[in-house]
Design a protein around this ligand. Structure first.
Ligand SMILES: [Zn+2]
Ligand SMILES: [Zn+2]
Length: 430
């Protein structure tokens, strides 16, 4: 943003001011777009990335038009808030207090990613909304090209990005810092362009290094090992049932719609991350005082996966201990489950050469075997001798933070169709 623009525009009516500020953000985004385009061209020339087969059928002029009305419509959010709350640039500082700004960025990108996931997913679930609004973005001939980078309905742009960006702008106006808005705006623009570039990016890891230069707070993505990469969004266009989020994969992981599937521990890492950073940023102002305290906190954070490793190492011991807890006996009695020793009447007659998946549904026990397995592991359960027994947990239970991790430690899996069919058809296991 150009500081000298402020006083000139401030005298104009709100609509004109909004137009001016929105246009200046559009110009910003165009610069990012051109830079990314240049980088991709260089990489493509050197054979480091490959262009996907789908070529846009629309002429470049039409795509640029769609850019102006669709993709750039989300910048109205920033333009409007800025025109309303900060018509001159006088109260908007240009200094870049790195550590302090970093703490603002985390809640911003976390909240923004959450908003994006749910609104975007709803735009797919709600048939009316999809047909009249979001389908435009999914038109096969219109995406995956740097010139078209997003091609969306203006309402889509406002819903998915305009509103959250407006809130970020509001925050920026209140704390009087230009970079609060600048950093997320450019990060989002950069991700959108990469995500719709149509390139299969062998440089996905490098892409993060480049993004870190714009928004160092994306370090959290690398630390929690759940960064969404441009190919994830490309996958969303190939299969609109997967990868709804933008920065992270944790919401997709949680709702079982990420592709490719990630290890469940990434969610735990995210969870730990959130509970590590947020209280610190809200209550412990000392962390902002200097780079030393910030980097100390960061190093501590990097080591938070350690408890998870300890869990894994102790997995066998922990699971044996928990299996022997009397609570399982109480539960069997409470739920009127019967338990018969192998060979006794009513005992489960399992064939050791076959594989079993015992399902537990949180709304009611549908398979007694599940409890047999769970309670009987290491206690001469009728299924303890089977060479591969999986306890499948219901979705609600599986999706619950921490519980999911504990279940995974017990070799449980989720009851999704994909997981169960993958297990049943896995040749190596059978
Ligand atoms: Zn898209
Ligand atoms: Zn979509």
């Amino acid at each position: 943003m150009l500081p000298w623009l402020g006083s000139t525009v401030a005298a104009a009516p709100l609509a004109l001011r909004t137009l001016a500020y929105t246009s200046s953000w559009v110009a910003h985004s165009l610069i990012v777009q051109m830079l990314v385009w240049g980088v991709l061209t260089v990489y493509n020339r050197n054979g480091l990335s490959k262009k996907n087969t789908r070529e846009p059928a629309l002429p470049v002029s039409r795509m640029l038009l769609a850019d102006v009305f669709g993709y750039y419509s989300w910048m109205i959010g920033a333009g409007l808030v800025q025109a309303w709350y900060n018509p001159t640039m006088d109260s908007w500082g240009f200094e870049f207090p790195f550590t302090k700004l970093l703490w603002y960025q985390l809640p911003i990108i976390m909240a923004y990613d959450t908003w994006f996931f749910f609104v975007h997913r709803y735009a797919h679930i709600n048939k009316w909304l999809f047909r009249h609004v979001h389908a435009m973005h999914h038109r096969n001939d219109a995406y995956l090209n740097v010139t078209s980078n997003s091609f969306e309905h203006p309402i889509d742009g406002l819903m998915v990005v305009g509103i959250p960006v407006g809130f970020v702008a509001l925050l920026g106006c209140h704390i009087g810092n230009f970079w609060t808005l600048f950093v997320p705006m450019h990060t989002i623009a950069c991700i959108f362009v990469f995500g719709h570039s149509g390139y299969d990016l062998a440089l996905d890891e490098w892409h993060h290094v480049a993004l870190l230069a714009i928004n160092p707070m994306l370090l959290i993505q690398l630390v929690t090992a759940n960064a969404a990469v441009p190919m994830d969004h490309e996958d969303h266009h190939t299969n609109p049932r997967v990868n709804f989020s933008l920065f992270f994969t944790f919401w997709d992981d949680l709702f079982d719609c990420s592709h490719p599937k990630r290890a469940p521990f990434t969610f735990l890492l995210w969870f730990v991350s959130l509970f590590f950073f947020v209280p610190l940023s809200l209550y412990y102002e000392w962390i902002w005082f200097g780079p030393a305290s910030f980097f100390a906190a960061l190093v501590l954070h990097i080591f938070t996966p350690l408890p998870n490793a300890v869990y894994k190492l102790l997995g066998g011991v922990v699971s044996r201990t928990v299996s022997r807890l009397p609570i399982w006996d109480w539960m069997r009695r409470d739920l009127l489950l019967t338990y018969a020793e192998p060979g006794q009447p009513g005992a489960f007659d399992a064939d050791p050469s076959r594989r079993y998946i015992f399902c537990y549904q949180p709304m009611g026990v549908q398979a007694r075997g599940a409890y047999y397995t769970f309670a009987g592991k290491g206690r001469r359960s009728p299924v303890s001798k089977l060479h591969d027994v999986k306890l499948a947990a219901g979705r609600v239970l599986w999706g619950t933070p921490i519980v999911q991790q504990l279940l995974a430690l017990y070799d449980c899996c989720d009851t999704s169709y994909a997981t169960l069919s993958a297990l049943l058809t896995d040749k190596e296991l059978s």
